[in-house]
Design a protein around this ligand. Structure first.
Ligand code: PMP
Length: 437
């Protein structure tokens, strides 16, 4: 039997939300891959810090000193969370996008970057000198095509790869890719935005040079991300943001400047101490938990969802490597005859279930997977993330985590089954902005 108590992490309670008929239900938030609910420990850490927070590294006052300690302790905790090497930098940023842009700007000018088409845009668009490899169709192909590409690269190189796909949740063979990269003298950055919430990330075991993730996808509030990794390129680069905090010496002449090395070099301006402390509180509590049991519990929920959807005629699920490939708790699917934005709107309005629709900031990948799954373009209503009525193929994404219960999974399966059985009886009123039969 499925023990909901297997989840030892209380998240902030989801409020009731109104349905079209006026009834209220508990919100089932199947959008953990976008942002997770906040863990109680993170909320408590924020509440505890608010009365005494102050700007860090700037003052001799008591609060400034204690906030500086809290900020630096948070940095150390997050370093331990990913088993960083002792001399790795742990740089606080706003989110994964910010972290990857920072790294992109810090690369040597002649550095070649290699990334699959299957990456989230945040791990595709920031790179200069980018070689885009086709999305792999197996884990072995992924490793082989990185190997092939690196054979033709001279000079410094970086392989940018996701730990888990934000579209299908499938795990990429990061350790194997890192091994190949190392043989070619190349470095690897792991986009762990989708991995860190669902698996232990060990930079050294993976053989990764850099790792990034976002607090708001890891049960902490918005506004904090991290870039962790080797310091040499980062210390040689121009600061990411020019200003106080990054500067060690500013002389009277405009060119008389010296920048800090280490994390400070790229953390110009007053940092988000509250966000750093909240994220560290989550990392600490995850490190102290039986994470194997937690991941097993998530896997039970995911399998229940995937199997439930498989049993519904007209529902197609998207896969990069195949339905049996190892993955985290994300399921992308379509319902024949229904535009994805209408599915999402009906799930919300009729059932109080939040999912995502569209191409999920991974347009090349999602387009390809929809084509491979034989999904025909339909008339989208414009009520979802596509934003305007058009003929397009898009998908629905349901993603789980600590805020999801067995009951939520069963509600989603039942709702999709009802929708699929009804046939496309719904339209979407562009006048009052609500779906209706
Ligand atoms: N990489 C992946 C795999 C993601 O899923 C996301 C967010 N959807 C990002 C990067 C970007 O994260 P953020 O929006 O927090 O910058």
């Amino acid at each position: 039997s499925l023990a909901v108590s297997a989840n030892p992490f209380p998240v902030i309670d989801a409020p009731l939300v109104p349905l079209v008929g006026g009834e209220e239900v508990r919100y089932a938030n199947f959008d953990h891959a976008a942002s997770t609910p906040c863990l109680r420990v993170a909320a408590d850490a924020v509440t505890a810090l608010l009365p005494t927070y102050a700007s860090v590294h700037r003052g001799a006052g008591y609060f400034s000193q204690s906030s500086t300690r809290a900020y630096e302790d948070a940095r150390a905790t997050i370093g331990r969370f990913v088993n960083a090497r002792p001399d790795d930098a742990v740089i606080f940023t706003r989110n994964s996008t910010d972290s990857l842009n920072l790294l992109a700007r810090a690369l040597p000018a002649d550095c070649t970057v290699i990334a699959f088409d299957s990456e989230h845009h945040a791990n595709l668009l920031p790179w200069r000198n980018l070689i885009r490899l086709p999305a792999p169709d197996s884990r072995a192909t992924a490793v082989r095509s990185v190997h092939e590409a690196l054979r033709f690269v001279d000079g410094p190189a970086l392989v940018a790869v996701t730990g888990a796909s934000n579209v299908t949740g499938e795990l990429f063979p990061v350790a194997e890719i890192a091994l190949i990269a190392r043989r070619h003298g190349a470095r690897v950055v792991v986009d762990a935005a989708q991995l860190a919430p669902h698996r232990a990330v060990d930079v050294q075991a993976l053989g990764a040079d850099y790792v990034v993730f976002s607090g708001h996808k890891l049960y902490a509030p918005f506004g904090t991300g991290v870039l962790i990794g080797r310091t040499d390129w980062l210390d040689a680069a121009e600061p990411y943001l020019y200003g106080g905090g990054a500067s060690a010496h500013v002389g009277d002449a405009t060119n008389d400047l010296r920048w800090h090395t280490g994390a400070a070099r790229h953390e110009g301006g007053s940092p988000n101490v509250v966000g750093a402390v909240a994220l560290a509180a989550v990392c600490e509590s995850l490190m102290n938990a039986d994470r194997a049991a937690l991941f097993a519990w998530e896997e039970t929920l995911r399998t229940r969802l995937a199997d439930g959807l498989t049993a519904i005629p007209g529902v197609r699920q998207l896969h990069i490597f195949g339905p049996q490939a190892p993955r985290v708790g994300t399921v992308a699917f379509t319902v024949d005859g229904y535009p994805a934005d209408l599915v999402a709107a009906v799930l919300s309005a009729e059932h109080g279930i939040g999912v995502r629709d569209g191409l999920f900031c991974a347009h090349p990948l999602t387009r390809r997977l929809l084509t491979e799954a034989g999904v025909a373009p339909t008339h989208s209503t414009g009520c979802g993330t596509t934003g305007r009525p058009q003929v397009v193929a898009t998908a629905v994404r349901a993603s789980i985590g600590l805020g999801i219960t067995v009951d939520d999974v069963d509600r989603l399966i039942a709702a999709v089954a009802t929708l699929a059985a009804d046939g496309p009886r719904w339209t979407y009123s562009l006048v009052d902005g609500r779906p209706g039969p």
